[in-house]
Write a protein that binds this ligand. Structure first.
Ligand SMILES: NC(=O)c1ccc[n+]([C@@H]2O[C@H](COP(=O)([O-])OP(=O)(O)OC[C@H]3O[C@@H](n4cnc5c(N)ncnc54)[C@H](OP(=O)(O)O)[C@@H]3O)[C@@H](O)[C@H]2O)c1
Length: 333
């Protein structure tokens, strides 16, 4: 497994990270045994970056990671655990805004450390900016936890260029976690250049556009109730067919190279810079093996041209989130 360093101050991580969200939440039926086997297979393959959020299944995703690491002595030291916090939930699974107050940061962290069964989180980040709390205050509180040894590095999630600058003026930021894929190229104009100027790396999520860009999504598949994708505009009627036409075009390029659609999509993200680390949301060993195959691909300039001709920059139909959720994205302002 190749490694990449997150920003100018961050840790060395595997060039492909494992996003654990879908193992517990948002993508339909889950299977803890297969999820655990997938985490173990990732560790065995040299993947060390594990991403979670304390609000993914309200703590259950952290417990899954804790148990998977406990079952493999020595793996906690191997792993770089990235945790998002700040989302407020309710017992019905609803979402009720974000809390980035310093006291809340310390509270969320204390609970995460307990659930993860560890004395430190490697990268800690606010999931979405709290509009009521200046980012300087939230980052300042995490910086105090860095001083105390309970957090190693500070990250950000879905913020725009101005917020990146403000946060970086308070403390070193190792990475920005943000959606980036052939379907979601919004960061290229301003956010990515700003991150580069500030020495901040990118952990790219949704590199398979939540499965839409994986080659495995079909026109007749209906997401289960409660699956994020049942409300996601790009999967919706009117947009789905157009987006899967793009996937079909990508499939032709991938097939000509002897690789799968998912591998071409992940390899394209990897090709965008050494400072970008894709997080893949594999939930099974089979999907993980497919994803990690992308790390072995050497795409040539002509391949990249063909991929971008198949999926032109702004060709995707539909926004990346439903209208209400778009409002939470500092990165989209
Ligand atoms: N900061 C943020 O705001 C934010 C937001 C969302 C996610 N994230 C993080 O980023 C991680 C990745 O995001 P994501 O899960 O949405 O991204 P993704 O990798 O684009 O999508 C994962 C989905 O793609 C499907 N898939 C099909 N083929 C695959 C393959 N070969 N490898 C992996 N998945 C394949 C999986 O479906 P099946 O399992 O059904 O096959 C899974 O449902 C999350 O786990 C989470 O840690 C962060």
């Amino acid at each position: 497994m190749r490694t990449r360093t997150l920003g100018s101050t961050g840790p060395a991580v595997s060039s492909i990270g494992l996003g654990c969200m879908g193992m517990s939440a948002l993508y339909g039926t889950t299977d803890d045994a297969e999820s655990t086997a997938t985490i173990h297979a990732a560790l065995d393959a040299g993947v060390n970056l594990l991403d979670t959020g304390d609000y993914y299944a309200m703590g259950l995703n952290e417990l899954l990671i804790r148990d998977a690491l406990r079952a493999r002595p020595g793996s906690r030291e191997q792993a770089v655990i990235s945790v998002k916090f700040g989302a407020l939930r309710d017992a019905a699974g609803g979402w009720a805004g974000y809390d980035g107050r310093p006291a809340a940061v310390k509270n969320f962290l204390a609970y995460s450390l307990n659930r993860l069964g560890t004395d430190h989180v490697d990268i800690y980040r606010l999931g979405r900016v709290d509009p009521a709390v200046p980012i300087e205050e939230t980052v300042g509180a995490i910086a105090e936890e860095v001083q105390a040894g309970r957090v190693r590095h500070i990250g950000l999630s879905e913020v725009g260029a101005d917020t990146l600058r403000r946060a970086a003026s308070v403390a070193p930021i190792c990475d920005l976690q943000i959606e980036y894929s052939l379907f979601s190229r919004g960061i290229e104009d301003e956010i990515l250049p700003t991150a580069r100027e500030l020495g901040i790396g990118v952990t790219a999520y949704g590199v398979l556009s939540r499965g839409l860009l994986s080659g495995h999504w079909t026109r007749d598949r209906t997401p289960e109730a409660g699956d994020f994708r049942s409300l996601a505009p790009r999967f919706g009627a009117g947009n789905l067919d157009r987006n899967l036409d793009l996937v079909d075009a990508l499939r032709e390029v991938a097939t000509s190279k002897g690789v799968t659609v998912a591998q071409a999509a992940i390899a394209w993200v990897l090709s965008r810079g050494e400072d970008i680390v894709p997080l893949v949301g594999a939930r099974t060993r089979e999907r993980l093996a497919e994803s990690l195959g992308a790390g072995e691909l050497a795409l040539e300039a002509a391949d990249l041209v063909a991929i971008e001709q198949a999926v032109p920059a702004k060709a995707v139909a539909g926004e990346r989130y439903a209208a209400r959720q778009m409002l939470d994205l500092d990165s989209e302002r």
